[in-house]
Design a protein around this ligand. Structure first.
Ligand code: ADP
Ligand code: ZN
Length: 728
């Protein structure tokens, strides 16, 4: 007897498998990873085979057979990984496994399939028939003549010669053409922006040394983990490329993770340009068909390198030899919805399981990575360029009338203008102004659904909530007192853009934020325009600090650099340090050199001082000391439990129960803080619990099983509960 143990791909909590099905002769190809349609009660549901067995506890007469196979199977390795994710991140098997399947599987809606087209090709008999000129209708002759230029689809022939498929079928029946069904690849648009060097440059000494160590690790074929700590502009991408080529030369496959494809089109472009068709790109801006085809190319082994954002860590490659995580500090590696996995941890797991090499690269490592991984350093920029000097401007001393851009900063920008150069200005807040206030009565406009203020968006003439997207028309009058003097205070990207357009003409000003870059290729559009301009300023949110490489940029400015420090989060210092350092890193990447200006109200903050001195090791040492003192990661693991409901009393009741029961289930090495209130969002009251533990595995398991059991209780009806392991 052959039994398939099948996990149903549904989110219903009660439907927890695996369930046994009898494999009939006709479905003998079923293996671990096969996606099936199975009968379940009176329904048919999709499920995935997680195990094969010889026997079942279900009596043979009661075993049902699967209905059919759906799509391409994933690999047994990924099935195991899906189960691990469900455990490690307190999710469900269906959600964990769902990440591993061909795009468009088991979502209940339309399934994605391969695109099949019929290709037509002329035969020698067909050529002869044209020369004879005999016994051919006009359409038939036209079709044959078109095919003299090469093989073609039916559609192309119809457009040229008006011959439809019945004509083609008749030609085929007479042996004048051959017809063949082929799979047509839906190719993602190339991400190449600007000039992508195809030839590898001669590596610098540091790059060569790094490549040598990575190659040795690849040759050894054991799982090893390295941090490639290279300053901005040190040429890390060339090191990754060399390692990928080495892995491929050894007959293995590779995955390269990048933060967000839209923001780093250059990085992807360089991989495509160098490695060609061996690269498959997986990201959310692809159409369903493109994603499906890229997945299939990886699964079949036609593509051996996958480049993409966090979900690319699930690329269905076999014989994995290398995983690179570029800009490993980037918060986008954490998924913020269930399953809340961290692609960096998943990469570590996959590398270990496959005896593959893991390389995490960045100029601003996370304290965790710095502490745990062996380091390979690239201390200098390529071409011996210097790190740009950083000036810190203390905005506490500035005249309050100067506005958001300090005169010293304006002067530096004017110098860039005089030189006909380029600058980047970051303000990490979109919109025009973060507050609208009535000057007469002092009331300020808040979101009706969330306890936050509404942001002034002048372009659309609206007040918008950045949490729930609630929007209302920008008022001209105070609803409370009728006052007409309304102040738009504070600055966001739109205001800075406007100020710069006025002050810096005729320089072009481009704005990069979520509002200007929505839609596929949005970021590329803005970045491309900035790239092509001869003299321009790029203004934007943290998007402008990501790994762009524009050699003509000679000035980076960060306004309100301590904005991120004001978040009540133990990672605030780390975030601020990396943001300032990364932005500084965009400046002076060309022969003209560069400078950096940091405007801040907190010039004494450790993160800002260290960033100004380009002192990563110093910052990390201090930060690790602080973490040790407070018992934060990497010296503990954190788990956050969040509850939300429209009824405040209900959420309090539920939070108290969770706190009691989870606390009782925790091992001694763990402690629970809270419940603490959070600001109301999307019309829901929220409470948060935080668990700190030095016994990670046990603690996660305890939280997982305890909450699963609780959720079936009716006290939890109407409560949204989420668990975040390793929250950001
Ligand atoms: P990082 O990611 O470390 O900030 P990049 O990989 O973006 O740095 O490299 C910075 C620039 O230096 C790129 O334009 C790249 O093409 C160039 N570069 C890298 N290595 C070399 C080299 N060995 N010789 C010349 N140019 C190089
Ligand atoms: Zn809101």
């Amino acid at each position: 007897m052959s039994i398939a143990r099948v996990e149903p791909l549904t989110t219903a909590r009660a439907l927890r498998g695996p369930f046994d099905y009898l494999i009939p002769e006709r479905l003998a190809e079923i293996g671990v990873g096969t996606v099936l349609e199975v009968p379940f009660g009176h329904r048919r549901i999709p499920g995935v085979v997680v195990e094969l067995a010889e026997t079942s506890d279900v009596p043979p007469g009661k075993l049902a057979e699967p209905v059919r196979v759906l799509g391409t199977a994933t690999t047994p390795e990924l099935i195991e990984l899906g189960a691990w994710i469900a455990r490690e991140y307190c999710s469900t098997p269906a959600r964990g496994l769902g990440l591993m399947l061909p795009p468009g599987t088991g979502t209940g809606g339309q399934r994605t399939r391969a695109r099949i087209e019929t290709m037509n090709r002329i035969t020698p008999d067909g050529r002869e028939a044209i020369e004879d000129g005999s016994r051919l209708g006009t359409r038939q002759a036209g079709a044959l003549r078109s095919l003299l230029e090469g093989e073609m689809t039916g559609k192309a022939i119809f457009q040229r010669a008006g011959a439809d498929s019945s004509t083609l079928k008749r030609l085929a029946a007479r042996g004048l053409i051959e017809r063949e069904q082929i799979r047509v690849r839906r190719r993602p648009g190339s991400a190449v922006v600007g000039t992508a060097a195809i030839e590898a440059p001669a590596l610098t000494g540091d790059q060569s040394a790094a490549v040598k160590r990575l190659n040795a690790a690849l040759q050894a074929g054991q799982s090893e983990e390295y941090l490639l700590a290279g300053v901005t502009g040190s040429g890390k991408t060339e090191v990754y490329l060399a390692a990928v080529e080495q892995a491929l030369a050894l007959g293995r496959t590779a995955i390269v993770l990048v933060p967000e494809i839209g923001l780093t089109p250059q990085a992807v472009g360089r991989f495509e340009a160098r490695l060609g068709d061996r690269v498959a790109v997986l990201h959310s801006a692809l159409s369903a068909g493109q994603r499906y085809d890229e997945w299939q190319r990886l699964r079949s082994g036609e593509a051996t390198v996958c480049v993409g954002p966090r979900s690319a860590v699930f690329a269905p490659v076999e014989n994995l030899g290398l995983i690179v995580v570029d800009e490993e500090h980037d918060p986008s590696y954490k998924q913020e919805s269930d399953p809340r996995y961290d692609a960096r941890s998943v990469a570590r797991r996959r590398a270990t399981e496959n005896e593959a090499l893991l390389v995490l690269g960045t100029a601003t490592p996370r304290p965790e990575t710095w502490q745990e991984l062996e380091r390979i350093e690239l201390p200098d920029r390529v071409d011996g360029l210097c790190m740009p000097p950083v000036e810190v401007i203390d905005m506490r001393e500035a005249d309050p009338r100067v506005g958001p851009i300090h005169p010293g900063t304006l002067k530096a920008l004017e110098q860039v203008r005089a030189e006909g150069g380029k600058a980047i200005v970051m303000i990490n807040r979109r919109g025009f102004a973060p507050w609208l206030i009535c000057r007469t009565c002092g009331q300020h406009w808040g979101c009706p659904n969330c306890d936050v203020s509404l942001i002034v968006h002048r372009e659309s003439g609206q007040l918008i909530c950045h949490h729930c997207n609630h929007a209302e028309t920008l008022p001209r009058q105070c609803g409370d007192c009728g006052g007409t003097t309304l102040a738009q205070t504070g600055a966001g990207t739109q205001r800075i853009e406007r100020l710069l357009v006025e002050a810096m003409a005729p320089m072009e000003v481009f704005r990069l934020d979520a509002d200007t870059s929505s839609g596929p290729g949005g970021h590329g559009r803005v970045l491309g325009a900035f790239d092509r301009s001869t003299s321009a300023i790029l203004v934007g949110t943290q998007m402008v600090a990501k790994g762009h490489d524009f050699p003509e940029v000679t000035l980076s400015v960060i306004l309100d650099a301590d904005a991120t420090l004001r978040f009540p989060d133990f990672r605030a210092e780390e975030r601020t340090f990396s943001l300032v350092t990364q932005l500084a890193g965009r400046s002076g990447r060309g022969a003209a050199g560069g400078r950096v200006i940091v405007q801040t109200l907190a010039p004494q903050a450790a993160s800002i001082k260290a960033a100004a001195e380009h002192d990563s090791p110093g910052f990390l040492a201090g930060e690790l000391e602080r973490r040790l003192l407070l018992g934060y990661p990497p010296y503990s693991s954190l788990i956050r439990i969040q509850l939300a409901a429209e009824d405040e009393a209900a959420v309090d009741r539920a939070a108290a129960i969770v706190a009691d029961r989870v606390a009782a289930a925790l091992p001694d090495e763990a402690s629970l803080l809270g419940p603490a209130p959070m600001f109301r969002a999307r019309n829901r009251f929220r409470r948060r619990l935080l668990i700190k533990s030095t016994a990670r595995e046990q603690t996660v398991a305890a939280v997982h099983s305890e909450t699963e059991a609780m959720l079936l209780d009716k006290v939890f009806r109407g409560i949204v509960l989420s668990i975040d392991v390793d929250p950001q």
